[in-house]
Design a protein around this ligand. Structure first.
Ligand SMILES: NC(=O)c1ccc[n+]([C@@H]2O[C@H](COP(=O)([O-])OP(=O)(O)OC[C@H]3O[C@@H](n4cnc5c(N)ncnc54)[C@H](O)[C@@H]3O)[C@@H](O)[C@H]2O)c1
Ligand SMILES: [Zn+2]
Length: 353
């Protein structure tokens, strides 16, 4: 047993850093040294206490990460100490009806590692070898921490079956919405991002995206002008807000597709008449599979997704609690990473975006 440092969620609005014990990895397991871990919207939901029924405190959070292999357990082949990796944080049972239909990523008994079981916000993390996704040596590990949310975007663009030339509205320009917009654009779509935050709109514009402000702009009218009265082919709901759902539904053309990515913890009012009238389709999109992860690695490594530009701030592990508070306060930030190893000069980096 060795003792390292971990961030622990102990109760609503309470995170602490403290020692954690690590044991040698068992059969089929690999011990990693997480390098960078992203804080995501779901981690904030947990921090608020909204997911206490599911998250067993004290819990280690974190499912967006990059790191290196420390040691492998018996029977693990193909990985050596020092190898750069990320983790696809899903464990399925391989036997439920969803798994039997080939949809293991949304297994009916899914273990989402970092929510249902211990996550990456610690200096040592043991995971099944099957969850590892290898990273190119040339890919900086801070950028690689964005592979997981990029895989979400790849999955969503695939679920919506975006074709080149289609007009796409992304409602909600947080990290996930911005990544969806970038992936859709790389697929050849003409994209508009609807986002409340001026800071996030500015960043999206710097990334070459066109944005609209739902408070100041009449989005429905702008969509009409943009599409010669037709409406958009696809709208992604990535805001998690009821107003965002309405914006997305109202933007769609006849036979348009609404791709629902955001987590709506409560039932929402939706204009179903519009679905009937325009023959709209609603497509749910959740998580990703291995192919989405591998595509995400490639998109970041090839700079199609400029991950470095989405990183607003990198904080050392022991400053994680204040980073959660700052994000919650809605500071001018996109993606915040935790530097678990504390070795990088990056952790000294101040706000850059
Ligand atoms: N489907 C999945 O597998 C999956 C994976 C990851 C995240 N999510 C969910 O996707 C959502 C987005 O994730 P994120 O990390 O980018 O979250 P986020 O909270 O950072 O981003 C949401 C953005 O929507 C904007 N917004 C709020 N109301 C709006 C409105 N009415 N119109 C336009 N914009 C509005 C906010 O300003 C914010 O920038 C969250 O609900 C998250 O839980 C889903
Ligand atoms: Zn299953």
């Amino acid at each position: 047993m060795a003792t390292t440092l971990a961030v622990l969620y102990t109760a609503a609005r309470t995170l602490t850093t403290g020692p954690a014990e690590t044991a040698p990895p068992g059969p089929g397991l690999v011990e990693l040294a997480p390098a960078y871990v992203g804080i995501c919207g779901t981690d904030l939901h947990i921090f608020h206490g909204d997911m206490d029924a599911r998250v067993k405190a004290p819990a280690v959070l974190g499912h967006e990460m990059s790191g290196r292999v420390v040691r492998t357990g018996p029977g693990v082949e193909g990985y050596a100490p020092g190898d750069p990796v990320t983790v696809m944080p899903l464990r399925w049972d391989d036997s439920c009806p969803a798994c039997r239909r080939g949809h293991r990523h949304i297994c009916q008994n899914l273990d989402f590692i970092g929510i249902d079981s211990p996550g990456a916000m610690q200096q040592r993390w043991t995971v099944p070898a099957a969850t590892l996704v290898r990273l190119p040596d040339s890919l900086p590990l801070d950028q690689a921490a964005l592979v997981e949310p990029t895989a979400v975007a790849v999955h969503d663009v695939g679920r919506a079956a975006i074709r080149s030339g289609e007009r796409v509205v992304v409602v909600g320009g947080g990290p996930v919405g911005t990544l969806i917009a970038l992936v859709a654009k790389a697929t050849g779509a003409d994209v508009r991002v609807v986002e409340l935050s001026a800071h996030r709109r500015r960043l999206a514009e710097q990334l070459g995206l066109t944005t609209w402000d739902p408070d100041a702009d009449d989005v429905a009218k702008l969509v009409q002008q943009w599409t010669d009265d037709a409406g958009a082919d696809v709208a992604f709901e990535v805001s998690g807000a009821e107003a965002g759902v309405a914006t997305a539904v109202d933007a769609l053309a006849v036979r348009g597709r609404l791709c629902l990515v955001a987590i709506h913890p409560r039932p929402r009012q939706v204009n179903l008449h519009r679905f009937f009238w325009r023959e709209l389709t609603l497509i749910g999109a959740r998580l990703y599979d291995r192919a989405d992860f591998e595509t995400a690695v490639r998109l970041i490594a090839d700079h199609v997704v400029p991950a470095e530009k989405l990183i607003s701030k990198i904080v050392p592990l022991n400053e994680t609690p204040s980073a959660f508070e700052a994000l919650e306060a809605g500071g001018d930030m996109m993606k915040v990473l935790i530097d678990c190893a504390g070795e990088s000069p990056e952790s000294a980096k101040a706000d850059v975006a």
